[in-house]
Design a protein around this ligand. Sequence first.
Ligand SMILES: *[C@@H]1O[C@H](CO)[C@@H](O)[C@H](O)[C@H]1NC(C)=O
Ligand SMILES: *[C@@H]1O[C@H](CO)[C@@H](O)[C@H](O)[C@H]1NC(C)=O
Length: 399
Amino acid sequence: MTRPLMALIFLLYFFPLYSGDDSSYRSVALSDYKSLCSQLVQPAGYPCAEHTIETKDGFLLGLQRVSSRDEDLEKQKGPPILLLHGLFMGGDGWFLNSARQSLGFILADNGFDVWIGNVRGTRWSHGHTSLSEDEKEFWTWSWEELALYDLAEMLNYINSLTNRKIYVVGHSQGTIMSFAALTQPDIANKVEAAALLSPISYLEHITAPLVRLMVDTHLDMVILAAGFRELNFKSDWGTVLLDNLCDRLVNCINVLSSITGENCCLNRSRFDLFFEYEPHPSSAKNLHHLFQMIRKGTFSRYDYGLLKNLRVYGQRKPPEFDLSRIPKSLPLWMAYGGNDELSDWTDLEHTIKELKSVPELVYLENYGHVDFILSTTAKKDVYDPMIKFFKSLGNSSSL
Ligand SMILES: *[C@@H]1O[C@H](CO)[C@@H](O)[C@H](O)[C@H]1NC(C)=O
Ligand SMILES: *[C@@H]1O[C@H](CO)[C@@H](O)[C@H](O)[C@H]1NC(C)=O
């Protein structure tokens, strides 16, 4: 499809809906959602507490602390572990299969002090100290802020409560955040080890056909030019867009596959539950930053264009995140999939070459991008080896 045609289709989708009464265009406000603890964790019989933290730039994030069924939340013994969800997802993603299959529950069963991160903009975050969700400024961020503000604050908070270094587990965007944040010494020194599922820093060789199409047609720029700052597929326009994509072009499962790669091991009878929670909102700027990485093949800060780059960074091009600054002593574990069309092996190889630390790698030939969180066999394939790795580090004597 040519670029102007794609742009036109988008404008036809968006404008009739967007030009209407602004208050009616968002059907699901962030505040309409009850707590993650009460919806998904406590019903399964696990103790869960809600925490709210404030980032340096004023965002209020929800964090959940989960422990094993027979442990008292106030007397956690195991080491703290923080789970970082992917793009268009929230902390709920770690609890959407059965308790025996979902990482959030499995880690609690293994005695870890489990913390669930939720980045700004998701339905489990709690807005901002001064900005409302309806203001454009609320959505002026990309994964760079998620790494340097949201992740940094989550680690500070958990560290201040537990006095321990933290194990970090990231999926997809959660790995981009981790790589970027771990290049910063003051953040890295709060982390004991990191496990990265579908690791992403470079994105040049992404193969997912629908993503390639969106990148080639500059959909990110069309969205920004049309004035959108929030990307919410559960809003009225988002629902119309997804319905059109799903019904007219291909079915929704195929849309998922053409974005994430063929997933081997999802449980179709849980799809209604998945789509009740997913996708979460994110920002158009975040999508644009990710597409910049795909186009340029760099792992850099946001590119504002020459003039504003000079003003913001004092140089023509945005500074790169230097992966060699991640401490050599920081243990890294990574799992990647043969069918994952977002985390490509060529890009991962590029990442690994730049690291000083030598990661332990687990390859799963039939895994797509979403299998790492929702595969019915992920416990055996991914989580058991990951937990074994954490326990082998010798700081988990209380487990
Ligand atoms: C899939 O989900 C259904 C409904 O929750 C459950 O009964 C079934 O055991 C699950 N299948 C697998 C293979 O986990
Ligand atoms: C954890 O173990 C590693 C290696 O055994 C050690 O270098 C590190 O200091 C330990 N960290 C803590 C918090 O005990």
